[in-house]
Ligand binder design. Structure first.
Ligand code: FHN
Length: 645
């Protein structure tokens, strides 16, 4: 991942047959690469675009040159988007450029041009394929397109064959999968495809959309079982980066991925450059999209923006490439990127709002400043004055770049930023014991703590990992350096609680009693309804096959708890659901909503405890999953052996 992390910036290219209608169909001008399904274009009509594919002005070298000049270190091009059309001559289909008037091997030409300009060639590949007869599901409006004989296993072989062609022929540095969200694609299929990529090209990077755990547009895989090398937020920038997590925000320059000639809503160069800085300051990559036109040229608006980015990067690229995330909490005047080293480090301050009083505070900075100067143009010296709050910079009256002026601050050693430590734990309550984590983003900070409520001093114990507490106590912690406290004191109380006693009951056997009823709810009635139908035994809290709409289920019985602990429960459902333990509401996930998860906790003594889940679905999607976690354990389904009735 090293080259990818250093890159910080790449070009996305959405190009295919959809560029020919340029976003317009039957008078509607707001389509993009989804035009085939958004405009409900029958297959045989859309197929008529293939003989029109003739990008006579395609110039891979010009594309790669613009990308390289803008500081984009890699290019990701759609080898095949959802419409299934292939930008290379595929041996397993004629739905490709070889079947068009223009047989140029787009991927080969672009790969060569990227290599010439010293940037990486990468491919986007859609799993979803609206053209292949074996792909399911069909589009809902394709009533007359039979699914007779469609075989998704055979489609998966086709998909593997094409991915193999792309990898073995063009050697992309990244395989950027997409279109992974339909119910025919599963975690198991994702793992197989990921393993194919790893087998064919161990060095190739694969995004998280090969698997099914991307949580919508926020793009981060919310599962420890997910495969993929980086997360993929789309059209958004996360509020903060996640230490140790690789992620890339992909975004358009206007409102469309694929070329739309009517789209005049173009982001300004300032927005694009500040997006790049914001993302890099959070430790992520920015994948900025261009939708080339049918003739193979970039839209002029895109060319202008790439040139503006190139101008800024010409002066400031060292403050982006090879940097890592900011060491400060949010800075009111701009962003920070870092190049940390043992002997000295560079802090790059990207100033969006130039201070009128000529002063910029680096809050909590504890290092000795060697030198500070503006980047680009004629570098201007910047004075650095240590203060109680950190380091105050005295900057020139005027910024050198209105979009973002970069000040490089070279400091001795690795960055030390004094900030109040966080005190976190799985819960604030426990039965037997609890591990408490005291931390700041700077891993090597000197943190000292007390657990008797007294103020920590330079003589207090140093944090050397999780602190174990076994009785009710208040933990207090602060950051120290050279024998002095350098931050505020953080404080948090943890309470030992008595567990609910086990219920005295002799269970009849394994399994929970499931009852079902037709209901018209949009919330679970306050009193716990005794649902009408007689019960049936089920091994888990899970939706039976084919559960419909306007229905409520109740799962009741006992959970056999192996040890007295504080248990956390996670209940996710679409629509509403509630969990009771020993008659108390532990998780309330009630209401009309899509798949959402709520959590709760309860202290339980070893033995049997009454468990009940009520769930309902009004209309639309249906989901129900109950997980639990003992202290220090990951969330997991309740084991069937623990469920009794
Ligand atoms: O449906 C696609 C869309 O057309 C585009 O390719 C984006 C870019 O990441 N991905 C999907 C939407 O998440």
């Amino acid at each position: 991942m090293a080259w990818w992390r250093d890159a910080r910036f790449g070009m996305f290219l959405h190009w295919g047959l959809y560029a020919i209608p340029a976003g317009e169909w039957n008078g509607n001008k707001d389509y993009g690469e989804w035009i085939r399904t958004s405009a409900e274009i029958p297959l045989e009509t859309y197929d008529q675009l293939q003989p029109k594919w003739n990008p006579t002005d395609f110039d891979a070298d010009a594309w790669a040159e613009m990308a390289a000049a803008a500081g984009m270190k890699y290019v990701v091009i759609t080898s095949k988007h959802h419409d299934g059309f292939c930008l290379w001559d595929s041996a397993v289909t004629d739905w490709d450029v070889a079947g068009s008037p223009n047989q140029r091997d787009i991927l080969a030409e672009l790969s060569t041009a990227c290599r010439k300009h010293g940037i990486k060639f990468c491919t986007y590949h859609s799993i979803m394929d609206w053209h292949h007869p074996d792909y399911l599901p069909r589009r809902t409006w394709e009533k007359d397109r039979s699914t007779e004989g469609a075989d998704f296993e055979r489609f998966e072989q086709y998909l593997h064959a094409q991915v193999t062609e792309i990898i073995t022929r063009y050697h992309p540095a990244v395989m950027w999968f997409d279109g992974e969200w339909e119910n025919t694609w599963t975690h198991e299929r994702g793992v197989k495809l990921f393993e194919l990529c790893r087998r064919l090209a161990p060095e190739m990077i694969v995004n998280n959309r090969v698997d099914v755990h991307r949580q919508g547009m926020q793009g981060f895989s919310g599962s420890s079982e997910a495969v993929g090398d980086f997360d993929t937020p789309e059209q958004e920038i996360p509020a903060t980066g996640l230490p140790g997590v690789d992620w890339e925000s992909c975004m358009t320059m206007n409102r469309h991925w694929g070329w739309n000639q009517a789209d005049t809503v173009w982001k300004s160069p300032e927005t694009l450059i500040r997006n790049l800085i914001d993302i890099a300051s959070k430790g992520g990559n920015y994948l900025l999209n261009v939708g080339p036109r049918a003739d193979g040229t970039f839209p002029p608006n895109a060319v202008e923006r790439l040139a503006a980015i190139a101008d800024w990067m010409k002066q400031n690229s060292e403050a982006i490439h090879g940097t890592t995330a900011s060491v400060f909490d949010a800075l009111p005047w701009g962003r920070c990127t870092v190049k940390a080293g043992d002997d000295f480090s560079a802090l790059y301050l990207h100033v969006f709002d130039w201070p009128k009083d000529g002063q910029l505070l680096l809050p909590g900075l504890g290092n000795q400043v060697i030198e500070a100067r503006t980047l680009g143009g004629a570098p201007q010296a910047v004075a650095a004055v240590p203060s109680q709050e950190g380091v105050m910079l005295v900057v020139p009256q005027q910024p050198s770049d209105p979009i973002a002026t970069v000040i490089e601050v070279r400091i001795e050693g690795r960055p030390i930023v004094y900030r109040t430590p966080s005190i976190t734990a799985e819960s604030e309550r426990f039965v037997r014991g609890l591990d408490v984590t005291i931390a700041t983003p700077a891993a090597d900070a000197e943190l000292r703590y007390t657990s008797d409520g007294s103020e920590p001093t330079a003589a207090s114990p140093r944090v050397q990992g999780p602190v174990h507490v076994a009785d009710t106590c208040t933990v207090r912690a602060a950051m120290f350096h050279d024998g002095r406290r350098r931050s505020e004191v953080a404080s948090r109380t943890f309470t030992r609680v008595e567990p609910l006693p086990p219920v005295e009951v002799q269970p009849s056997g394994d399994g929970l009693v499931l009852q079902q009823a037709a209901v018209d709810w949009n919330t679970i009635p306050d009193e716990r309804p005794e649902l009408m139908t007689k019960g049936m035994l089920v091994p888990q809290v899970a939706l039976p096959k084919g559960v419909g709409e306007h229905v409520a289920l109740s799962f009741s019985g006992f959970v056999d708890v192996a040890a007295s602990e504080l248990y956390r429960f996670a209940l996710s459902s679409d629509d509403g659901s509630k969990l009771w333990i020993d008659g108390k509401v532990v998780v309330d996930n009630d209401g009309l909503h899509g798949a959402t998860e709520q959590r709760g906790e309860v202290a339980l003594a070893k033995g049997l405890h009454q468990l009940e889940v009520v769930w309902f679905n009004a209309t639309g999607g249906a989901e129900l999953r109950l997980k639990w976690a003992a202290p220090g354990q990951p969330f997991a389904e309740l084991p069937a052996a623990a469920l009794k009735h």
